[in-house]
Ligand binder design. Structure first.
Ligand code: NCD
Ligand code: ZN
Length: 347
């Protein structure tokens, strides 16, 4: 048996939703993670300090007594965002960062930004006050192939933002392409990227194995193997610019297995076991702690967690729970197409 102790991980990109779904999924994250950045794409979106604090309370009420967990809240950028309110929310520590969704890019992004030039003065304020910008990096132009939307966003939007505001702390979220890895690698010191477990585990073939696989559908969509390989190389490199943001994104089964299925993969439950297996398969288990527990904290100028967790490799492959129940429906837990022999101790 093999085992490793690592600093307790953080998940720098989660969707907790609200109401019944929130109650069902919060413990799946708080069981293993110490801190998370919580996405603001609710209906209606979180756009001010008051909403963020109310939402934080709802999350805190759902954390099991046994778990020591801190949610970091975010504000959803719109073209009409009030800069003073944004600054107030940040100064009062009601929120930690702001999220840029290009309008129409993903789930609940309709109130997002159509024209980035309209938020330039907001970005200037954020750079000044040291507030991180989290970016969903895809263009939304229907003429652009869905598999090219991240690359085109980098060329046409991100590069401009980085050049205009080199002091702005930017996270290019859930990167999916070699283009993104290369751009972030070569970018200034304030630019980093989060990577999800599913983009490390799967390529786009996983969308069509013997039929259409709605539970592997997320945005940005899975890409070719060459891109997965590049993400994997970045994740296991130990390079501080790359860290875990699971983008765990629960949707009810009925909304996934649907003629117009929602984008999003719910991976909170087994993501650390899956990542341990992926790193182990690459003979890089020694780099797991950098990716899940250190690099994100470095990027956000936060201290490292004091707690540790133990991961064990066992003989038998792990049998996964398949669903989390929510009322009369349920949410499918992400399960990769290879065996997992790792588990988080005591679980
Ligand atoms: C996310 C969701 O469902 O909120 N979906 C997804 O496919 N990743 C939104 C997002 O992060 O793009
Ligand atoms: Zn997300």
């Amino acid at each position: 048996m093999e085992e490793i102790d690592i600093i307790k991980p953080d998940d720098w990109h989660v969707h907790f939703r609200d109401n019944e779904i929130l109650k069902a999924v919060v413990p799946e994250t708080t069981r293993h993670f110490r801190r998370s950045i919580v996405m603001p794409n609710l209906l209606p979106p979180i756009i001010n300090a008051e909403q963020a604090l109310n939402y934080k309370k709802e999350i805190e009420n759902a954390i099991p007594q046994s778990d020591n967990f801190e949610p970091f809240m975010t504000i959803y950028l719109t073209e009409n965002i009030n800069k003073d309110e944004l600054k107030f929310a940040f100064d009062e520590k009601a929120v930690f960062a702001a999220k840029l969704y290009p309008a129409g890019a993903t789930t609940n992004s309709d109130s997002g930004v159509k024209d980035i030039s309209k938020i330039m003065t907001t970005l200037e304020t954020m750079a000044k006050i040291g507030m991180p910008l989290l970016i969903h990096g895809e263009v939304t132009d229907k003429k652009i192939d869905v598999f090219d939307r991240e690359r085109v966003f980098i060329d046409e939007k991100l590069d401009n933002i980085c050049k205009k505001f080199p002091e702005l702390k930017i996270t290019l979220e859930h990167i999916t392409t070699k283009d993104a890895v290369d751009y972030v690698n070569d970018g200034n010191k304030n630019l980093a990227a989060s990577i999800t477990p599913h983009h490390l585990a799967l390529n786009r073939n996983a969308l069509f194995v013997g039929g259409i696989r709605p539970h592997n559908y997320c945005l940005p969509i899975l890409k070719r193997e060459i891109h997965r390989k590049s993400l994997l190389k970045a994740a296991i490199s130990g390079n501080k610019k790359f860290f875990l943001g699971t983008d765990t994104a629960p949707h009810l089964k009925i909304d996934k297995e649907n003629a117009c299925g929602c984008a999003g993969i719910f991976n909170a439950t087994y993501c650390l076991a899956i990542l341990a297996q992926i790193f182990d398969n690459e003979k890089s288990i020694d780099k797991l702690e950098n990716f899940v527990s250190k690099n994100g904290a470095f990027h956000y100028n936060l201290g490292l967690n004091k707690e540790k967790i133990k991961l064990r490799k066992i003989q038998e492959k792990v049998v996964f729970r398949r669903y989390v129940n929510v009322g009369n429906d349920k949410i499918k837990i992400f399960e990769p197409d290879f065996p997992i022999y790792w588990r988080v101790d005591n679980y």
